[in-house]
Ligand binder design. Structure first.
Ligand code: ADP
Length: 234
């Protein structure tokens, strides 16, 4: 589903991704972790075709930069920060429904499962919603889509604990079952969801293996800026 080979991305002369090579097969669920500034968002933006670099990037066999529409059809994306969408919620629901060829109720139900009553904010402009409500609506668009690949960039950062656990529950039950690449600092929340961890450090892959081996190595986890949580170390 995801094929990245020797990807380099520079801002000016400064390399931010340094020869990243990554294969993610269909159906895999992978956590992407690493300290702030290690290149996680940059890598996700390259997969989305929003940024170009040197090297090879394929999503579902398509080059997201040059064959954007074909690659984008595979992907549902939840950004770390909600974009400024200066329109009412009703327009976002309508746009999603037309773009994904799905009935709006599917999105409304996915939002309700995260604790957002879309009907009660139907006429409100998106920027007027709280950060948590915005993130719930965006997360619901990914959960309600049937895209085979979910790219999730800290999708629960603005959510309260109840909404976070509702999100992970909905994600684990999502039908059809997606391939997932999810960046997060809270690995404890992901232990039932992912089976593989990829660590980026200074734009390089420092670890790419089982979740269980990662969790057994607290030094690695600390270097990756990850909160393991007490329950994982016992
Ligand atoms: P992460 O998601 O792991 O926190 P990012 O991919 O957002 O890391 O950023 C990686 C590095 O690239 C950081 O040092 C950041 O400052 C830099 N960077 C990101 N976007 C830009 C940009 N548009 N111009 C210059 N530097 C950038």
């Amino acid at each position: 589903m995801i094929h990245v080979h020797q990807l380099w991305k520079r801002y000016g002369t400064r390399p931010v991704l340094q020869g990243v090579t990554l294969e993610i097969a269909e159906g895999e669920r992978v956590a992407l972790v690493g300290p702030n500034g290690s290149g996680k968002t940059t890598l996700i933006r390259c997969l989305l075709g929003l940024l170009g670099g040197e090297g090879t990037v394929r999503v579902g066999g398509h080059d997201p930069l040059h064959d954007h529409a074909a690659a984008a059809a595979h992907i549902a994306y939840v950004p770390q920060r909600a974009p400024n969408l200066p329109v009412p919620v009703s327009e976002i629901v309508g746009f999603w429904s037309r773009q994904r060829l799905e009935v709006p109720e599917r999105l409304v139900e996915a939002a309700a499962a995260l604790g957002l009553d879309v009907g009660s904010v139907w006429d409100r402009r998106f920027p007027e919603l709280s950060g948590g409500m915005q993130q719930k609506l965006l997360a619901a668009t990914a959960l309600a889509s049937r895209c085979p690949l979910l790219l999730l960039d800290e999708p629960t950062a603005n959510l309260d604990p109840a909404a976070r656990s509702a999100f992970f529950e909905a994600l684990s039950k999502r039908n059809p079952r997606p391939t997932v690449l999810l960046s997060s600092h809270r690995l404890e929340e992901l232990r039932h969801l992912v089976d593989r961890v990829v660590v980026l450090t200074d734009g390089r892959i420092a670890y790419d293996d089982d979740l269980s081996r990662f969790l057994a190595n607290p030094t690695l986890a600390a270097a990756a800026g990850v909160e393991l949580g007490v329950s994982l170390t016992h």
